[in-house]
Design a binder for this molecule. Structure first.
Ligand code: CP
Length: 313
């Protein structure tokens, strides 16, 4: 007699990091985001999340991620619930695993922002609903989906274009590395050597035949770029380090008009925000005509609708 087999449960559709996806799947999510922005819901259903709820777990502050996710799910008919560490038992020692099991009984997806990637992975291991990475100490993939969408709105397809990152090789730089490989563009990372992106990420990009270059020569890195990107010099979780030393290391990487002049004449400037004018970028650049940062912030809303649609459909 043949052994009885139970049907295999479908894999849970977590959105953890860009390197875990095939390029076509990421592209599909971005195109859905563009559809949502145009008011054309994929599948023709204007409110596909009626009856669905998203829990948003924040161990760290947020303006854009919190508001854009909440608006995204509500505009599409669903509901959102916010848990902050101090207002929940996560702040009193309840494990991430138990939190994942409990939330999975109430909601249809969980977004988590944490400065410890291990907690994201623990949440995904124990949740029975999709888990979305809303930023960790290592990566910020939701922001990158909005960034790709924004680049393409302003400059067309990102494939084979040149993006220059100037500054700290932080979690945003890491997600730009993932994106460069998955979306097929050249990424030049100009970082002070002590703040280079993690070596394992650069090894991964090399193994994937990605066009990812790390250099200390910021002026050469910006030469002919289609897009210049930077981020705060003190990321969440870095606040306890030697702030003066970080500033001294990063000052030569500030994005100013002189640096932007080396990029292509139609190059755009991007920053995930919050920004510190006078540190990583001058006011003349971020508030100038080449800056697309407000579109970038808006596109968190639309790109995340694409991500939620993938996770929940
Ligand atoms: N860019 C970004 O993630 O912003 P918040 O920290 O405000 O969510």
């Amino acid at each position: 007699m043949a052994p009885k087999t139970s049907p295999k449960a479908p894999a849970i559709k977590h959105f953890l990091d860009l390197d875990r996806f095939e390029p076509a799947t990421l592209r599909e999510m971005i195109e859905w985001g563009k559809d949502f922005k145009r008011g054309q819901a994929p599948g023709g259903e204007a409110r596909p999340f009626v009856g669905k709820a998203l829990a948003m777990v924040f161990e760290r502050p947020s303006t854009r991620t919190r508001v854009s996710f909440e608006r995204a799910i509500r505009q599409l008919g669903g509901d959102a619930i916010v848990l902050e560490t101090q207002g929940s038992h996560l702040g009193r020692g309840e494990t991430v695993a138990d939190t994942a099991r409990v939330l999975s009984r109430y909601v249809d997806a969980i977004m988590i922002r944490t400065t410890d990637e291990a907690k994201l992975l623990e949440m995904a291991e124990h949740a029975t609903v999709p888990v979305i990475n809303g930023l960790t100490d290592r990566t910020h993939p939701c922001q990158l989906m909005a960034d790709i969408m924004t680049f393409e709105e302003h400059r067309g397809a990102i494939e084979n274009r040149v993006v220059t990152w100037s500054g700290d090789g932080n979690n945003m730089a890491a997600s730009w590395i993932h994106a460069a490989v998955r979306f097929g563009f050249e990424l030049r990372l100009a970082c002070p050597e002590p703040l280079n992106p993690p070596a394992d990420l650069l090894d991964w990009a090399r193994e994937q035949n990605g066009r990812v270059l790390v250099t200390q020569d910021v002026e050469a890195a910006v030469e002919g770029a289609d897009c210049v990107v930077t981020d705060t010099w003190v990321s969440m979780g870095d606040e306890t380090g030697d702030s003066q030393q970080r500033h001294d290391l990063l000052r030569p990487y500030r994005v100013d008009d002189r640096l932007m002049a080396r990029a292509k004449p139609d190059a755009i400037f991007m920053h995930c925000l919050p920004a510190h004018r006078g540190d990583e970028v001058t006011a003349s650049v971020i508030d100038g005509p080449r800056s697309v940062v407000w579109d970038e912030a808006e596109n968190r809303l639309h790109a995340q609708k694409g991500i939620l649609y993938w996770c929940l459909s």
